[in-house]
Design a protein around this ligand. Structure first.
Ligand SMILES: *[C@@H]1O[C@H](CO)[C@@H](O)[C@H](O)[C@H]1NC(C)=O
Ligand SMILES: *[C@@H]1O[C@H](CO)[C@@H](O)[C@H](O)[C@H]1NC(C)=O
Ligand SMILES: *[C@@H]1O[C@H](CO)[C@@H](O)[C@H](O)[C@H]1NC(C)=O
Length: 459
């Protein structure tokens, strides 16, 4: 049995241990002035201000610290109906009117006011920092680029919507590109928001998307101080080039349509030797995750979430949604990330969705989970990454052993043509079959009626 003196010493010993551990804990927790660590980010695109927007509840439930708008934050332009005949024809080779036309400033202002007044979105604004860029419909006109006259007005309206301070330099520059740093102390996330509209050359020019000033700025951003994760937000898809397999029926906007510009982007990222870079994108009205294994030392991912209200499967009656999924099957893709966990075997998601990024900074090793979630907040597609998979020094260790490495390297345009033009061939084939069937039907009817008339005359 210990004497009281010994017991007292033991007590003091534990007391000191306790104090010591508190002090060392204190040195690990950031001081109150350092920015809070961000581990949950949501993103989304394509939101019709006049449609019901139930998805905000799921986004608020996800409890993000940051929400990123990826464009088509409102539908500011106006559209004419599909019309094959009549004075304003918007469809067919005899089309004489564009389907979309710009609206005026007040109309856009009203649309932004409607978007901002949505109760679900208001709740999100109250709890998360909201940032964003634009795409064509909030820029002011479908598929528009640098030629669009209303761009300065649209810039002011977007920045008002995003509560950009009056004296912000972002209000004085040409275009809405900008960047943010979140977190501190080896837990930093840089978010780079690109402007793919203000300086963009016409589609099929293979010209510029960003314009020289924005390129210089982006170079500085990528060569600047390191961050553990760098999210590059582009309104249009960077890695997927679906147009290569949906053409010649229809084409989508994407970096793939500007091959020189996209190569420049890949090269800039590779040359910068920056770790932790990934893309997020919107625009296409469905969710998809793609990956390019050969553009950079480590794999580049592009997580597409689109849209918050606009979705390809919503464009058709519910009973025909399977046709949309069937069409997706007929558009092969070389870059899409397939996983048994996808809700549908196509690994795309054609209903309303949002993107959810979760970073487990405290896990060893650190992890990133990115999902495209449905209107209830349930994941439809997703990818789980170790942060080290996005670091150059680990690439040899992680990938080279794996068969899967360099799986996503072939461009869509290099697919064999029978494969590449599946959709067009089937569509063309269906039209040809219909024409032939109609021809046979008409021929049969005429020959029958001739025989009938002959018989009638003879009788
Ligand atoms: C937005 O929603 C309204 C109301 O449902 C609809 O009239 C309008 O056509 C929609 N706009 C777009 C671009 O889908
Ligand atoms: C639009 O804004 C840019 C940059 O602030 C300026 O250089 C340009 O002259 C403006 N264009 C018009 C038409 O006002
Ligand atoms: C993407 O597809 C379009 C349409 O087929 C094609 O013109 C373009 O060159 C493709 N881009 C790349 C980078 O393969």
């Amino acid at each position: 049995m210990a004497t009281p003196v010994v017991e007292l010493r033991i007590l003091f010993f534990f007391f000191f241990l306790n104090v010591l551990s508190r002090v060392s804990e204190g040195s690990q927790t950031p001081s109150p002035s350092s920015p809070p660590v961000v581990s949950r980010i949501a993103f989304g695109s394509c939101s019709n201000q006049s449609s019901p927007q139930p998805i905000w509840d799921a986004i608020v439930d996800f409890d993000p610290q940051v929400f990123i708008w990826l464009g088509d934050n409102i539908y500011g332009d106006k559209r004419r109906p599909w019309r094959v005949f009549g004075k304003e024809r918007t469809l067919g080779p005899w089309k004489n009117a564009p389907r979309f036309y710009p609206s005026d400033e007040h109309h856009m202002e009203d649309n932004y006011a409607a978007a901002k007044a949505n109760p679900g979105y208001s709740r999100l604004r109250n709890k998360a920092k909201v940032i964003g860029t634009w795409d064509d419909h909030d820029y002011g006109l479908n598929d528009a680029g640098k030629e669009f006259n209303g761009k300065n007005t649209s810039q002011r309206l977007l920045l008002d919507f995003l509560d950009e301070p009056e004296d912000s330099p972002r209000r004085k520059q040409a275009g809405v590109y900008t960047s943010y740093i979140f977190g501190s102390n080896q837990k930093q996330i840089k978010v780079i928001l690109l402007d793919t509209r203000y300086h963009r050359d016409p589609l099929s020019s293979d010209g510029t998307i960003l314009g020289e000033t924005q390129w210089e700025w982006l170079q500085n951003e990528l060569y600047g101080p390191e961050s553990q994760i760098t999210i590059i937000a582009s309104s249009i898809q960077v890695i997927s080039n679906l147009s290569a397999t949906t053409g010649p029926l229809f084409y989508m906007e994407s970096w793939g349509r500007f091959p020189k510009e996209r190569d420049r982007l890949y090269k800039l990222i590779a040359d910068s030797k920056r770790d932790g870079v990934l893309f997020i994108s919107g625009d296409v009205h469905f969710g998809e995750i793609t990956r390019n294994d050969c553009a950079n030392k480590y794999a580049l991912y592009d997580i597409t979430s689109s849209g918050l209200t606009q979705a390809v499967e919503k464009a058709v009656p519910p009973l025909l949604a399977f046709l949309v999924r069937f069409a997706v099957r007929l558009t092969p893709t070389t870059m899409r990330v397939y996983s048994p966990k996808c809700r549908y075997s196509t690994c795309t998601y054609g209903r309303q969705n949002f993107g959810a990024i979760e970073i487990d900074w405290d896990a060893v090793p650190q992890r990133v989970k990115i999902e495209v979630r449905d209107v209830h907040g349930d994941p439809a597609i997703g990818v789980n990454l170790l942060l080290s998979e996005l670091q150059q020094r680990n690439v040899n260790k992680i990938y080279r052993r794996e068969e899967a490495y360099r799986q996503h390297c072939t461009l869509e345009i290099d697919l064999p043509w029978v494969h590449r033009y599946c959709l067009a061939l089937l569509f063309g084939g269906a039209i040809a079959a219909t024409v032939v069937a109609l021809g046979i039907l008409i021929k049969t009817i005429t020959s029958f009626s001739k025989r009938f008339i002959r018989k009638y005359k003879v009788d």
